[in-house]
Ligand binder design. Structure first.
Ligand code: ADP
Length: 166
């Protein structure tokens, strides 16, 4: 039987409990998972690529152990479909939060299907507790000295607080 290799791409600036929840659901669907960390210079990330990869890797060790699914964390800068092809992925995983995500994701899938119709995009929804979490808002709360511990894993919270320490 063909192995299901999933690719979950994102900026992960930083990894949140929303991302973690999606990954914990994704490993139920695939035999192997690649988490693709986009360099995404345009978004002007707060964390360097290395920092973002490190934070994701730290969390993936736990999920890989608990699920038995092999998880690889890989940075990428090229076109998503080229990256997916290079990784031998046959499923792209995306998370859906609100209606606001839908329009963009809908267009992306349409374009990606024209580029390669053999790779399916699958949308997952996080648990209700995590649906409203967005990296952008978590950074804003941390910058204004708010409590972010219920939005990100502990090791990420420590790093975030460190970034904004006066
Ligand atoms: P991108 O720049 O690709 O949007 P993100 O790191 O912001 O990167 O998000 C990666 C993926 O995770 C996207 O599909 C996004 O919709 C999804 N995601 C992020 N936060 C959540 C959340 N709280 N619940 C569900 N999906 C989420």
């Amino acid at each position: 039987m063909v192995k299901r290799r999933g690719l979950y791409p994102g900026t992960f600036d930083p990894l949140t409990l929303g991302h973690v929840d999606i990954i914990e659901r994704a490993v139920k669907l695939v035999d192997e998972l690649v988490v693709g960390v986009a360099i995404n210079r345009d978004k002007g990330p707060l964390f360097t690529l290395d920092e973002r990869v490190e934070m994701v890797e730290f969390e993936m060790k736990r999920i890989a152990k608990a699920s038995g699914v092999s998880i690889k964390v890989t940075p990428f800068e090229n076109l998503l479909m080229h990256f997916a092809e290079g990784q031998g992925a046959n499923i792209i995983i995306r998370g859906l939060r609100a209606v606001s995500d839908f329009e963009y994701e809908f267009q992306m899938v349409g374009m990606n299907q024209s580029l390669n119709d053999d790779i399916e995009t699958v949308f997952l929804m996080a648990d209700a507790r995590y649906q409203s979490i967005a990296s952008r808002l978590v950074k804003e709360i941390a910058r204004l000295d708010g409590n972010i511990t219920s939005f990100v894993p502990d090791h990420v919270a420590t790093r975030l607080t460190g970034k904004f320490a006066k």
